[in-house]
Design a protein around this ligand. Structure first.
Ligand SMILES: Nc1ncnc2c1ncn2[C@@H]1O[C@H](COP(=O)(O)OP(=O)(O)OP(=O)(O)O)[C@@H](O)[C@H]1O
Length: 700
């Protein structure tokens, strides 16, 4: 009976094929068990470098490329592409069995040969080499073969290696990346080989190689398993991590670790694996906290953990909660239930205080000053306030004005106490105080996702919830996606990440065109990372290509809605499932009107204000609620100048020019978050005058 393997790399592409093509791929390969199938259907390809690469007809237009060994009956489906592209793909590639690791490898040999002279030329101009610290013997021990070794020796920087990713055999590329980021050959071997024994494997025995290549190939034993493999292609990250993700998720660290990286670079995936790894080594239930800043994101982390962790005992050791939930629990246990004031209610209290104290400031100014200076730095008295550095505050204050502010702030705090009312921040502050006093800490390890949005009070709470020790805190963050405006210094908050930072640069979600365009939205912005340093998107890239984002101006709201309906219809007709379509807008009312236009056109929708994404329905959400999600196609709507930036979210320039600039930057980040949710297609629309945050080409 022939064995059929599906290349995992192809499975990532499979999800992007149109539904009818997917069905035909399934039908074609469901019959693989019929022993005669290979002989009958596989066709040889003219001018191919590796005659074992054969084609199989999927339909009139589509062809599969299959690795069909000269002897034995193990076959691997490598790709499905339109007719000409499929032949082209096959002509550029060769397959081989790695002599050291014993795994199957595919390389774009033509590109490697084409690229070599240019790399050699560049290398001749400098003595710097990316892998100068690694000997040939070590490279060979890791399965680097002659061709890749010669190639690797010409590399002078990380970018060249990353660019080579799509042409090198994947396991060898991973080994080189591991070495390039400073891992020892032993650490790299542990990752690439997994359970493999180094050996001297038979390069012609593809059947045996297949059984050793579980990271590259999924073997299916029959049509049912085939169906299952094709149904869950997006779960693949569960079994295959990039070396940098692997190093941070499975490493042993002497203190807090920070992982940064642009959107879609696999930070959440690293977070989930980290939690799994720590829980596997722990013995106590609820000893590993996985946390972030909102309920929705917490729910999505919890769902993903259930997919990743199969052992219930390990799952029980993981507690998934958002920061406010932990704070509430700690404070309620000490003081009983707490009543929390809404933002509007707080505004009322500020106004009362302004009336009573005669402070010459607006409620917005005082609220920000209290939150961003007084609470952020835990200032307890006037002297402390007079001496404080007012980071992120633009309006200069003289001593008299500061005294007035302090009087108002004290009156506000007294008023909260008198009414027995709290804010989210004060609950966090109190919880941190209570936890800091406790010798026994509730958690052994804390893993944080979306760390860029936690306020200083949240960080103090987390710091106090775990003892200072190895592997205590793991923080994933992307300052470019900061949408709740808290700038913090981890160092000042007692979280020392020095020497324990890693950056992920390969985007797995978005096409290079969408990523590049979205990065353009933040061009020229200085984005403050979490540790008194600046974050950067340099090197953040995607290997997948597609159409550039479509810009859709309209004359009226009606015209804009109609165009959204037309575009969504086109996506659905092209085979995109409704639940793979996301509609994003700045406000919930804009979301509601876009969704009702789709509803009227008979398209099924759901608002994420009320529910989680629903199978078979188009999701609509504000840009804030889009965080952490991804869709094949995304429409960002309502990008007129009156909505984006939202006037309510931006401090007037005359009130505080620094706060004004930071608020504008935050609105840009919000738009960036919305755009980078798209995997393949992005369209942006507005009616009337376009938002000033859009690039000049949209506004001309
Ligand atoms: N090693 C990997 N191989 C293949 N796909 C991956 C890998 N790591 C992550 N992905 C996929 O890339 C997408 C983005 O991953 P993830 O959500 O972890 O990124 P992120 O950095 O947290 O993104 P964001 O900051 O934009 O929310 C997901 O679909 C995930 O499954």
């Amino acid at each position: 009976m022939p064995t059929l393997g599906i290349a995992r790399e192809f499975l990532r592409e499979f999800g992007k094929l149109q539904r009818p093509v997917q069905d035909k791929v399934y039908e074609t390969f469901a019959k693989f068990e019929e022993a005669t199938f290979a002989g009958i259907h596989l066709e040889t390809i003219r001018n191919v470098r590796d005659p074992r690469l054969r084609s199989i007809r999927i339909d009139q237009f589509w062809r599969g490329i299959v690795l069909a060994p000269t002897s034995g009956d193990a076959y691997v489906l490598l790709r499905v592409l339109p007719h000409d592209d499929a032949y082209q793909w096959a002509r550029r590639r060769t397959a081989s069995v790695n002599r050291v690791t014993g795994g199957i490898e595919i390389r774009d040999v033509v590109s490697m040969e084409d690229r070599m002279p240019r790399l050699e030329e560049r290398a001749a101009t400098t003595t710097t080499r990316l892998l100068s610290g690694v000997s040939d013997a070590d490279l060979r021990r890791l399965g680097i073969d002659d061709q890749v070794l010669a190639f690797a020796r010409t590399l002078t920087d990380h970018d060249q290696l990353e660019t080579a990713r799509i042409m090198l055999p994947e396991p060898q590329y991973d080994a080189l990346v591991g070495l390039a980021v400073g891992m020892s050959p032993e650490e790299v071997w542990a990752e690439i080989a997994d359970t493999l024994e180094p050996g001297d494997y038979d390069p012609d025995d593809v059947t045996a190689a297949l059984t050793r290549s579980s990271k590259q190939v999924v073997l299916v034993s029959g049509p049912e398993e085939l169906m299952e493999v094709f149904s869950y292609p997006f779960d693949l990250w569960r079994v295959y991590l990039h070396p940098v993700q692997h190093r941070v998720a499975y490493g042993d660290f002497s203190g807090p670790v920070r992982v940064t990286g642009g959107p879609g670079t696999g930070k959440t995936v690293a977070v989930l694996h980290r939690a799994k790894h720590l829980a596997e080594r722990s013995t106590r239930d609820r000893s590993v906290l996985v946390t972030t800043f909102t309920k929705t994101l917490t729910g999505s982390l919890e769902d993903q953990l259930h997919t990743l962790v199969e052992d219930d005992a390990v799952l029980r050791r993981i507690d998934v909660r958002h920061v406010d939930q932990i704070a509430n629990q700690v404070v309620t246990a000490a003081h009983g239930r707490v009543g929390i004031l809404s933002t509007d209610e707080q505004r009322q209290v500020w106004r009362t205080v302004i009336g009573a104290t005669g402070a010459g400031f607006t409620d917005t100014f005082l609220a920000q000053e209290w939150r961003d200076v007084v609470l952020a730095q835990q200032i307890a008295d006037l002297d402390g306030y007079l001496a404080a550095r007012r980071r992120g505050r633009g309006r200069q204050l003289g001593t008299r004005q500061k005294e007035q502010v302090w009087t108002a702030v004290s009156a506000f705090v007294d008023e909260l106490r008198r009414r027995d009312r709290w804010t989210y921040e004060t609950v966090c502050v109190e919880a941190a105080r209570l936890l800091a006093e406790r010798p026994d800490k509730p958690y052994q390890h804390i893993v944080v996702d979306e760390g860029q949005d936690l306020g200083p009070w949240g960080w103090r709470l987390l710091r106090a919830a775990v003892a200072e020790s190895g592997n205590d805190l793991f923080i994933a963050a992307d300052a470019h996606q900061r949408i709740y405006g808290h700038r913090v210094s981890l160092r000042q908050l007692g979280i020392n990440i020095t020497g324990r930072s890693a950056r992920l640069t390969l985007n797995y979600r978005t096409t290079a065109e969408i990523l590049g365009w979205s990065i353009g939205l933040l061009r020229g912005q200085e984005i403050d990372a979490l540790n008194e340093d600046l974050d950067t998107l340099a090197g953040c890239r995607s290997d997948v290509h597609g159409e550039p984002p479509a810009l859709r101006p309209a004359m009226s709201e009606r015209e804009e809605s109609q165009a959204v309906v037309e575009d969504v219809r086109e996506w659905l007709a092209a085979g995109v499932e409704p639940d793979q379509v996301g509609i994003a807008a700045r406000t919930w009312s804009q979301v509601a009107s876009a969704l009702s236009a789709l509803d009227r056109a008979g398209l099924p929708t759901t608002s994420l204000a009320r529910s989680k994404p629903v199978a078979g329905r188009i999701s609509g959400a504000t840009m804030h609620a889009m965080k952490g999600l991804e869709f094949r196609s995304v429409a960002v709507v309502g990008l007129g100048e009156e909505s984006m930036p939202s006037p309510r979210a931006v401090t007037p320039i005359e009130e505080d020019p620094v706060a004004h600039e930071l608020d504008l930057q935050q609105e840009r980040c919000l738009l960036f978050v919305a755009c980078t949710r798209a995997r393949e297609t992005l369209r942006l629309s507005w009616h009337g005058v376009p938002s000033s945050l859009l690039p000049p080409e949209a506004r001309s």
